[in-house]
Ligand binder design. Structure first.
Ligand code: PFF
Length: 448
């Protein structure tokens, strides 16, 4: 039985879906937190440079693998292989990416569940059920299982519908909503006292910090996580793009959207921190480091919203809905990686595969929730600090060292006749062969 494959119906559909995968908690939560913990504007500057010079070339490698292979990550990588050894290596790399996506989803769903519960809290308070409102924002196993389950249900619901009717349709609806809420919130924060001080901290770099090893490594890791690299996701999304499209441009557009939204999120969160500080909320310790670190979004922001009176309830709901939407367009991409593999390699019907895999990942989430203090950090570190850079590096090795240069050119030429004489073609093959694997190896060795 052959399984008919989906395809994005338009360029906009693909851009929204890939940008939807890229834009997520990593942009709106991770990027501002990293910026605040790594010296503000200096981090922003390094991040921007690395996103375009290293993450974008690696992203192009994954998109190309997928569009050439027209299949899930494993099959696509195997199509580029010439020897039995390559084929086994391809299986290892593709399958690891799929497992990595599933692992990321298992903890990402828990955090997204918190976002949903924080969005609900103000509504429950207005409805007068303050006990329930208190319950939804207090750490407990039952709360975590309920909201992770709800979030996974939404993810499964969209992926069951397939590429055009599920991923594309929902990304096209959710991404503009996300950008609108983000811009409205920025406008609002800028009317408050303290915002301009935050703006200065965000935009005025301390150049002396730019070459600090920790800062460089955090910025590169953030850029890879943000573009969803090393997870099989961009390979499978690449396989759904029509051969008529110019991949070089589309890839650049998606990178630009991803980076811009991270930048916008910083424009909201960093000034909001200073506004909160002006209102008496403690943000920085005496040594200048952040008090709540990664808890920023759940401690500083609710404290800020509380000081805004009745309007704060509305702003809080809007903000956490924004987070939930961003998480959802990413989580669907994580589920699509394993689903496409099972559907195409094992001929399982799509709806059935989606439900079974979704439930299995939810069971892993429950395992994490049962010992959240240890497991959340463990799984997140394993998948994002070890898995993603290593697999992304192996994908670059595949393109740079195993795939024939001529075949790459033939693939990239489709939808882009003049690519042979372009700056991209002059630099990128060499880049993917040497620079990307080396730079990623450095990050990886550091994280060991
Ligand atoms: N890029 C997403 C974010 O920034 O939140 C996270 C992500 C999505 C990571 C999809 C991995 C993935 F496969």
């Amino acid at each position: 039985m052959s399984v008919s494959r989906g395809e994005f119906s338009s360029r906009l559909g693909f851009i929204m879906a890939a940008a939807g995968s890229a834009v997520g908690l990593g942009n709106i939560w991770g990027f501002p937190t990293q910026t605040a913990s790594n010296g503000g504007a200096a981090f922003v500057l390094v991040y921007l440079v690395l996103a375009f010079t290293l993450a974008y070339p690696a992203f192009m490698a994954e998109l190309l693998i997928g569009r050439y292979g027209q299949a899930n990550a494993v099959t696509s990588l195997q199509k580029m292989s010439r020897t039995a050894f390559h084929k086994r290596f391809a299986f290892l790399v593709g399958f690891s990416g799929i497992i990595c996506a599933a692992l990321i989803l298992s903890f990402y769903g828990i955090i997204a569940g918190w976002m949903m519960s924080y969005a609900l809290e103000p509504v429950l308070n207005i409805a007068g059920v303050s006990n329930t409102a208190e319950w939804v924002v207090t750490q407990s196993t039952s709360r975590n299982v309920l909201f992770t389950g709800l979030f996974m249900f939404l993810t499964i619901f969209i992926i069951r519908r397939g590429v055009e009717d599920g991923i594309e349709k929902w990304s096209k609806r959710l991404m503009p909503m996300l950008i609108t809420i983000l811009v409205l919130l920025i406008g609002y924060v800028f009317t408050l006292e303290g915002a301009s001080e935050g703006l200065l901290a965000y935009l005025n770099p301390d150049i002396s910090r730019v070459l600090e090893p920790n800062l460089l490594i955090s910025a590169l890791g953030q850029a890879f996580f943000s573009l969803s690299l090393g997870t099989s996701v961009m390979i499978i999304y690449g396989s759904y793009i029509s051969k008529k499209e110019n991949l070089v441009t589309i890839g650049a557009q998606v990178t630009l959207i991803d980076v811009s939204i991270a930048f916008l999120a910083g424009l909201l969160i960093i000034p909001a921190m200073y506004v909160a500080q002006a209102q008496g909320v403690a943000i920085f310790a005496e040594n200048g480091s952040l008090i709540s670190g990664s808890g920023l979004v759940f401690t500083v922001l609710p404290a800020l919203f509380d000081t805004m009176g009745a309007g704060g309830l509305f702003v809080a709901t809007a903000f956490f809905i924004l987070m939930t939407i961003a998480a959802l367009t990413s989580s669907i991409s994580m589920l699509e990686g394993p689903v496409s593999f099972v559907v195409e390699r094992h001929n399982v019907e799509r709806k059935k595969a989606t439900t079974i895999i979704g439930i299995l990942i939810f069971l892993i989430s429950i395992g994490i929730i049962s010992n959240i203090g240890v497991m959340l950090d463990f799984v997140a570190t394993l998948a994002t600090e070890y898995g993603q850079p290593l697999i992304a590096m192996l994908c670059c090795v595949f393109v740079g060292w195993i795939w024939h240069r001529n075949e790459i050119l033939q693939e990239i030429k489709q939808g882009n006749d003049n690519v042979e004489t372009s700056f991209f073609w002059m630099v990128w093959p060499w880049y993917t062969k040497f620079v990307c694997p080396t730079a990623i190896a450095i990050v990886f060795i550091h994280s060991l």
